[in-house]
Design a binder for this molecule. Structure first.
Ligand SMILES: Nc1ncnc2c1ncn2[C@@H]1O[C@H](COP(=O)(O)OP(=O)(O)OP(=O)(O)O)[C@@H](O)[C@H]1O
Length: 233
C-alpha cells in the first residue's frame, strides 16, 4: 500500500547540504502495523512528513496505493492527505478554544460530506469507543494529556484513513497512560483496512507492534556517511 523508491532528502543548514534520508526501496503492505525506532535526529519525523506529503523529497517517489505523491500539486496533496491519511502527533495540536467534540467535528466536516446529524452520531460513537462520551463537551485544558491524545486519535481516525501515521504519540505521557494509548491505537487500527506507522523512542510501545524496524534498516544514509568518513548522524 506504501512504496518508496529512490527517496532522498537533505537539508541546507549554515551553507552546507546535510543528507538526512536515502531509502532505495521500502514497501509496506496493506494493514501492516509497524513501529520505527531510532536515535534522535536520524530522520524518523522527516520520513513521516515526506510520506504524508507535508514535505517534498529532493529525489524519488512515494506511492500510496496507486497514487504517486510527486505527481500531485500541493492542493491535491492536501486533499489526498485529508481523505486518506490520519496524522497523530506527540503534542495533540487540539484547538484550545473548541471542545473535544468540536475539534473532531471540524476535521470530519472538512474530510467528509455528511449531514450534521450523521456527523454527531458518528462522533458520539467514537467518543464512546475511547471511553470519553461524558467528556466530549470539555475543552482541551479541562482534559488530561492522555484524554487529549484520545481526542487527537479520534480526529485522525474518524474519517476512515487507509494510512495512519503517528509521531511519538506517547512521547509526552507517563508510562501507564502511554501503555493505554498504545493499546488503544493498535485496537482502533486493528483491521486490515488501516496501515499504521508509528515512530517512537518508547521501546515498550514498539515491542507491542507486530513489526518493529530500526530506521537504519530502512535509511542507508547512516551507512553511507560512515563509509565516506563523515559524521554519523
Ligand atoms: N526544516 C529543517 N531544516 C534543517 N534541518 C532539519 C529540518 N528538519 C529536520 N532537520 C534536521 O534533520 C535531522 C532529522 O530530523 P528528524 O526530526 O527527522 O529526526 P528524528 O529522528 O525524528 O528525531 P527525534 O527522535 O529527536 O524527533 C535532524 O538533524 C534535524 O535537525
Amino acid at each position: 500500500m506504501l512504496q518508496i523508491r529512490g527517496l532522498r532528502k537533505q537539508f541546507h543548514v549554515a551553507g552546507k547540504e546535510i543528507p538526512i534520508l536515502d531509502i532505495p526501496e521500502w514497501h509496506v503492505g496493506q494493514g501492516e502495523k509497524i513501529a520505527i525506532t531510532g536515535p534522535s535526529g536520524s530522520g524518523k519525523s522527516t520520513l513521516l512528513h515526506l510520506i504524508s506529503g507535508i514535505m517534498r523529497p529532493d529525489e524519488g517517489d512515494i506511492l500510496i496505493g496507486e497514487n504517486k505523491l510527486s505527481g500531485m500539486s500541493e492542493a491535491l496533496r492536501d486533499r489526498f492527505r485529508g481523505e486518506h491519511i490520519g496524522y497523530i502527533l506527540q503534542d495533540f495540536h487540539l484547538i484550545p478554544s473548541l471542545t473535544a467534540r468540536e475539534n473532531v467535528e471540524i476535521a470530519l466536516a472538512r474530510n467528509r460530506n455528511t449531514g450534521r446529524g450523521e456527523r454527531l452520531e458518528l462522533i458520539n460513537h467514537w467518543f464512546e469507543r475511547v471511553g470519553m462520551l461524558e467528556r466530549r463537551d470539555h475543552k482541551p485544558s479541562q482534559l488530561s494529556r492522555g484524554q487529549q491524545q484520545r481526542v487527537a486519535i479520534i480526529r485522525a481516525l474518524i474519517s476512515g484513513p487507509t494510512l495512519v501515521l503517528a509521531d511519538e504519540p506517547t512521547g509526552s505521557l507517563d508510562w501507564e497512560t502511554a501503555d493505554e494509548i498504545a493499546e488503544l491505537l493498535l485496537e482502533l487500527c486493528g483491521s486490515d483496512r488501516h496501515t499504521l506507522l508509528v515512530v517512537t523512542h518508547d521501546l515498550r510501545m514498539a515491542e507491542r507492534f507486530p513489526t518493529c524496524r530500526h530506521i537504519h534498516e530502512i535509511n542507508e544514509i547512516h551507512r553511507r556517511v560512515r563509509k565516506q568518513g563523515g559524521l554519523a548522524i
